[in-house]
Design a protein around this ligand. Structure first.
Ligand code: 3H9
Length: 695
């Protein structure tokens, strides 16, 4: 045995315990250790049955995802998990797999190599490989349909959602739910079945007869509609379909499809995104042990779209929250929106009316600062105006207790200047939520020059509690996300002025995989919002440097986007866009004013200008230390800006293109449009010259 798997015998039952924290992943040595345990038990005449169980909080969360990159690079041998599972299944004594926590991916595959499975009531089983751009690679697509039937197997393998214990029992994936201590229950179960004949899952065929072919065609339609651009869901369907063939042949087909997925850029990107989401929590100079402030009571200033959404996050996490507005009318309007959002969730059965009532009861709408002295955190969420924000922070400084965190939801403004309105700049931090704040998972935590490590550690931990992915950003105009998006939207508008249509620009980016096109994004966010932000930054404009003119013209025409039914597009009552010929006229006027000759613009140029604008600005941010790592930028874009996860984020995408190619294009744009707009970031030059990548 090895240190990852323990072996013990309790009377007539052998217990093989996997102990590879934190999630008992099948790292090298784990499958081998389990097999060794089973073989040792088979040889022990005292043993009648074998229980395999996980130590800690879970059974096995899957293959060790870190190994895949090594396998692809030829630095590690291909997984022999499938072979090991076959050998476990060949055991002459019955093997009972005892599941708790998450039996996912290779974990479920290994569990299906046992002759029985028991599960604790809160346990879950799943084949989530598609979320990593993979398919099950150790016969999961072959054994799962034999246990659960083809319909559920297709659903689980192609779409990756796990199921709970009850559903797993009903589907016959598990044989019993064990209430109480899992090991005790699993051993009792093992004794019960130890004298009965048992079967290998791979020999079962009864659920593979008369399979309705519509199962596969409708799953394919669903995958094409909801997982556009992704190969793995279709490969998973094909692999499950192969289960109808003899087991060995099905396994061969699965292996080949798994190998293809493993080598795809999609899989590399999704794995990058998986680890990225976890990496961003790690801040080199703020160690895990840093003390945090308890957050038991919160306050939000402003009950508008952002303030209301932020307050909902606190209430959803069970934290009482005061919501302050300046007029009763604004307060009532804000609370009405909150109640409407909650009621909508109840209608959609996301939670019950009781939960809604409990959450609303945690909210205190008010017009004064009464009670703010008790708050552990105050989040200011008023509109983007420095003078107003400073006024609020000065007031807060006089009211809040010394250990209260003073957060601003500004999306662009200087945190240090806001902090300068207080005598405690170390307690001031940016908490930049994304709209709608109750839905979007990104939280940019912005570090001012004086922000204390404890405030950062608390903010990052609070993010997790609010079910957000918190990314740390340095202080600069727009931080990570908006500083980059500003350049991206600038290029989208320039392209419009130069001759591309709104539909060509939006369409190119949507085809690339963005959740929406850049001009559609402006319409959603509000042309008026962008205009107001520009007013605050007029002093930063460089004379003689071209700037987009279209959005200002739309603002003057009161075309504020979706909210007024007109922006870059025309919107019907269901907010569906249709082209508006008037925009061409606006673009022509803007082009004439800017002295630009309009021309036909190729799709490739639309993509490169918008995407490399992001990449080059991202490289500037990295060089300046505003973003800690390229992956932080990627996560910001995946979580907050609708960048497709299967492309891994803008920096990862640039890596897949090749930084030399990206640089060449940036230089070309610099020659055509001026280096004031397109100056290659020094880091981009440096990495491209060295043949390196951002990630
Ligand atoms: C597969 O199985 C392929 C097979 O078909 C066989 C092929 C031959 N490997 O998420 P957390 C780390 S593919 C390595 O924060 P939670 C994670 O990075 C796999 N590491 O905890 C983190 O590390 P750190 C199929 C892993 O409680 C720590 O564990 N399985 C793995 O919020 C804690 O993770 C999946 O796709 C792994 N498999 O959520 C499941 N899993 O502390 C992937 C986690 O250094 N995992 N880590 O940042 C998950 O979905 C969640 O981690 C889980 C726990 C729900 C299990």
């Amino acid at each position: 045995m090895n240190e990852l798997v323990k072996y013990a015998v309790h009377d007539d039952i052998a217990v093989v315990t996997i102990d590879n924290p934190p999630v008992n992943a099948l790292s090298p040595g784990v499958p081998e250790g389990i097999l060794e345990g089973v073989q040792r038990a088979v040889k022990d005449p005292k043993v009648r049955a074998i229980v395999v169980i996980g130590a800690g909080s879970t059974f096995i969360a899957g293959a060790d995802i870190r190994e895949f990159a090594k396998i692809v690079a030829g630095e590690a041998p291909p997984s022999d998990l499938a072979q090991i599972i076959l050998q476990i299944e060949d055991s002459s004594k019955p093997v009972v797999m005892a599941l708790h926590g998450t039996a996912f991916g290779g974990g479920l595959e290994l569990a299906m190599g046992g002759h029985y499975r028991v599960i604790s009531p809160t346990g879950q089983v799943g084949q989530p490989e598609v979320k990593l751009g993979l398919i099950p690679g150790a016969a999961g697509t072959q054994r799962l349909p034999r246990l659960a039937g083809v319909r559920l197997a297709v659903e689980m393998c192609a779409f990756g959602e796990p199921i709970g214990a009850k559903e797993a029992l009903a589907a016959r994936i598990v044989d019993r739910i064990i209430e109480g201590d899992l090991l005790t229950g699993a051993m009792a179960f093992a004794r019960e079945i130890s004298r009965k004949p048992f079967r290998k899952v791979r020999d079962r065929r009864e659920r593979l007869t008369d399979v309705d072919p519509v199962i596969f065609s409708s799953a394919t339609d669903k995958a094409r509609a909801t997982r556009k651009h992704q190969e793995a869901p279709l490969a998973a369907i094909e692999a499950v379909e192969a289960a109808i063939r003899p087991f060995e042949r099905g396994c061969q087909i699965e292996r080949q499809l798994f190998e293809e997925c493993l080598r795809s850029n999609t899989s590399k990107a999704l794995i990058h995104a998986f680890f990225g989401e976890r990496t961003v929590a790690k801040i080199p100079d703020v160690p895990k042990e840093t003390a945090t402030y308890p957050i038991r009571r919160a306050a939000v200033i402003g009950a508008g779209t952002m303030g209301g959404g932020i307050a909902m996050n606190y209430a959803n996490a069970g934290i009482p929250v005061m919501i302050k507005e300046t007029t009763q009318e604004a307060l009532d309007r804000g609370m009405k929106v909150i109640r409407g959002n909650y009621a909508n969730s109840v209608k959609k059965e996301r939670f019950t009316q009781k939960v809604m009532d409990e959450r609303l009861a945690l909210m205190t709408p008010q017009l004064t600062y009464e009670g703010f002295e008790q708050a552990d955190i105050v989040v200011e969420a008023v509109f983007e105006n420095m003078a107003l924000k400073k006024e609020i922070f000065t007031a807060l400084d006089g009211i809040a207790k010394p250990e209260c965190i003073l957060a601003t939801n500004t999306s662009t403004l200087d945190i240090d200047e806001i902090a300068s309105a207080t005598k405690r700049p170390e307690m001031v931090v940016g908490h930049h939520f994304f709209s709608p704040a109750n839905v979007m998972r990104l939280l940019e935590v912005v570090r001012g020059k004086a922000t204390s490590k404890e405030v950062i550690a608390t903010s990052m931990a609070l993010g997790k509690k609010l079910k957000k992915v918190a990314v740390l950003a340095g202080n600069c105009r727009g931080f990570i996300g908006n500083r980059m998006i500003h350049i991206y939207l600038r290029e989208a508008q320039f392209l419009l002025e130069e001759g591309a249509s709104v539909e060509e620009i939006n369409g190119a980016l949507v085809d690339f995989g963005m959740a929406m096109g850049p001009l559609a994004m402006s319409d959603l966010a509000g042309i008026d919002v962008g205009w107001r932000i520009r007013q605050e930054s007029k002093h930063l404009e460089k004379p003689g440097v071209r700037r987009p003119l279209v959005a200002d013209k739309l603002y003057e025409m009161r075309r504020y986007g979706q909210k007024t039914g007109r922006g870059f597009s025309w919107y019907d009552e269901n907010r569906r866009p249709t082209p508006d010929p008037e925009i061409t006229v606006v673009a022509e006027v803007a082009a004439a004013e800017a002295g630009i000759a309009r021309r036909k613009i190729a799709r490739e140029e639309i993509l490169d200008r918008c995407l490399y604008a992001l990449v080059n600005e991202g490289a500037w941010l990295l060089g300046e230390g505003i973003a800690l790592r390229a992956v932080d930028i990627d996560v910001v874009y995946l979580m907050g800006y609708g960048f497709p996860a299967w492309r891994g984020g803008p920096m990862f995408y640039a890596d897949t293109v090749g930084l030399d190619k990206v640089l060449a294009r940036v230089e070309e744009f610099g020659k055509t449009h001026g280096t004031d707009l397109w100056e290659p970031a020094p880091l981009l030059r440096e990495l491209a010259a060295a043949g390196k990548k951002f990630n």
